[in-house]
Ligand binder design. Structure first.
Ligand code: G4P
Length: 541
């Protein structure tokens, strides 16, 4: 058991769209032998923001849900990559996937630098203390100077960084990378089609080696200067600090040219964390405990109307998951048994007999499972860290066909359970408010309500820009606030009160005016809104 746990590495690759997540995933799979040729990983990227485009991708994904998890073996480790949607409107899906991983590889485009979505994703990693490795991609293009990028990473991502490789030249004059740890130079060859074609490695004992000048010309002196500077500026790299999420090692390369990827992967299997201890309501759970526990972090609906089953993705946290064994569904207090759980080895979906901590299992579900649900062998515990995050776009749901209000109710409930949107209900008038991160989600909801549930609804825009969960030590004060602001208060599905702000300014002034009230960025109430840069919020409306 310990051996099985220790050889697992479960992580996600995150990036701003177009930075190279899909390309890097593909290259990692090539190294692991998970796929043979380039081009095999289908991008699930939603490039155009039209509903039909999205639905088409979802349908394809429904057929090959394997894209949700990709597993392969490399260097004696079993690696599970959890896929995350790149599209901004589906950021919540990514946040939730981050709850199921033990570490993260962040891809940054060297031309664009750190982009907005990357900053937000990094906030979530920081909140969870998830160890992060950074891959600066597209060095074959005329990007920003490496020093500038390193500073930008540190400042915008708010984490100390430590370069472990360093680029020699950039764009047209990109010559390769220097491995600061092993002290060798790997020379760049563009457009290799297989991973077997090794890059040429120049083994040097010291940077004074004359071969550097012969091979790199004037860039050799530049490299010497850079390395001097780096060794002076940065502390020695400490694996412990990386595991504690205090420092992020940085690698430079070009995923498209399959360059610098091996360095990243080798270091990853070497130092990234195996499945870790997890927080639950009653206690912390260690992966090597005898009894099984796990939680659902993603639900994928089958969009084929003839097969209305859903697939729930469960992360195993402790013990052994077994086929046909009876488990306890903690929220419903119900016993469940799964006769055909499957895994995603080498992108093939196959039915499995068992799974270990760190693994992700696909479970057919007929409506029992919801995002965040915990399964155990009987113990009453609920995993934490799968919260809802503060949405930004709000619309009131108005039934347009009163005869079909039941269908509407059912459809909405299902879509909310899948995590497509959040639903809030106001006490006054029982107004139903749907909150999302993006407009595209509303189009998808509307489309699916009609096509799958035969329910029609109108969505009336509301003038709010943020929803924040509210708490206070003094219950009377909280109740007073709720009474005063009842037009801006609604409740989530667990009856937690939520304050809806009409503007960033309004939220700020409420925070000042009511110091006894705490405004939270996520439903688990562990993060004060004030910790987040309000300026970075999308001031819509
Ligand atoms: P994403 O999943 O993060 O959204 O990014 P993806 O891998 O799809 O990459 C986005 C674009 O950047 C793709 O080009 C891809 O080929 C290109 N790219 C990825 N890595 C590198 C690199 O190291 N160097 C250069 N120059 N380009 C890179 P595209 O034109 O959008 O798509 P495609 O038609 O080439 O696939």
């Amino acid at each position: 058991m310990t051996e099985e746990i220790n050889r697992r590495r479960t992580f996600a690759i995150i990036s701003h769209p177009d930075a190279g997540k899909t390309t890097l995933t593909e290259k990692l799979l090539l190294f692991g032998g998970g796929i043979r040729a380039a081009g095999a990983v289908k991008s699930n990227k939603i490039t155009r923001t039209t509903t039909s485009d999205f639905m088409e991708i979802e349908k394809q994904r429904g057929i090959s849900v394997a894209t949700a998890v990709m597993s392969f073996e490399y260097g004696g480790k079993l690696i599970n990559i959890l896929d995350t949607p790149g599209h901004r409107d589906f950021a919540e899906d990514t946040y939730r996937t981050l709850s199921a991983v033990d570490s993260v590889i962040l891809v940054v485009d060297s031309v664009k630098g750190v982009e907005e979505q990357t900053e937000r994703l990094m906030q979530v990693c920081r909140m969870r203390k998830t160890p992060v490795m950074i891959f600066v991609n597209k060095l074959d293009r005329e990007g920003k100077p490496a020093m500038e990028l390193a500073d930008e990473l540190e400042n915008k991502l708010d984490i100390a960084v430590r370069p472990l490789t360093w680029p020699i030249g950039v764009g047209q004059s990109f010559k390769g990378v220097y491995n600061l740890h092993e002290q060798n130079v790997t020379l760049f060859q563009s457009a290799k089609s297989t991973v077997e074609e090794e890059d040429e490695r120049l083994r040097i004992d010291s940077l004074d080696d004359e071969r550097l000048d012969t091979r790199l010309g004037s860039l050799a002196d530049q490299l010497r200067e850079d390395v001097d500077l780096i060794e002076g500026v940065y502390d020695d790299f400490s694996t412990g600090d990386y595991l504690e999420a205090r420092v992020a090692p940085v690698f430079f390369g070009s995923a498209l040219n399959n360059f610098g990827v091996r360095e990243l992967l080798d270091t990853f299997v070497d130092i990234s964390p195996p499945p870790r201890r997890r927080e639950a309501t009653t206690r912390d759970v260690d992966p090597d405990e005898d009894t099984f526990s796990g939680f659902v972090f993603k639900i994928h609906a089958n969009l084929d109307p003839r097969h209305r089953d859903r697939i729930a993705f469960l992360r195993v946290c402790s013990g052994r998951f077994q086929k046909d064994k009876q488990f306890r569904h903690v929220r419903l207090g119900k016993k469940l048994r799964f006769s055909s759980p499957y895994s995603f080895m080498a992108r093939r979906k196959e039915v499995i007999d068992d799974a270990f901590p760190g693994d992700v299992v696909g479970l057919y579900d007929r409506g029992d499972l919801r995002i965040g649900d915990t399964l155990t062998e009987g113990e009453e515990l609920q995993f934490q860290g799968i919260p809802n995050f503060s949405p930004e776009i709000f619309k009131e749901v108005i039934a347009t066909d009163p005869m079909r209000s039941k269908q509407l109710e059912k459809g909405l409930t299902h879509l909310v359970e899948e995590g497509l949107a959040q639903l809030f209900i106001q006490d006054k008038g029982r107004r139903k408010i749907v909150g999302t991160v993006g407009e595209l989600q509303f189009e998808v909801i509307q489309y699916r309500l009609i096509n799958e549930y035969g329910a029609s609804a109108r969505f009336e825009p509301l003038g709010f820009v943020r929803a924040t969960w509210i708490t206070a030590d003094d219950k009377d004060e909280l109740n007073r606030f709720i009474r005063y602001r009842d037009r801006q208060i609604a409740y989530d599905l667990h009856r937690n009160p939520v304050y809806f702000a009409e503007s960033e300014w309004m939220l700020r002034s409420m925070m000042e005016k009511y110091p006894g009230i705490r405004f939270h960025f996520s439903s688990e109430l562990d993060s004060d809104m004030s910790q987040y840069e309000l300026g970075a919020m999308h001031a819509r409306g």
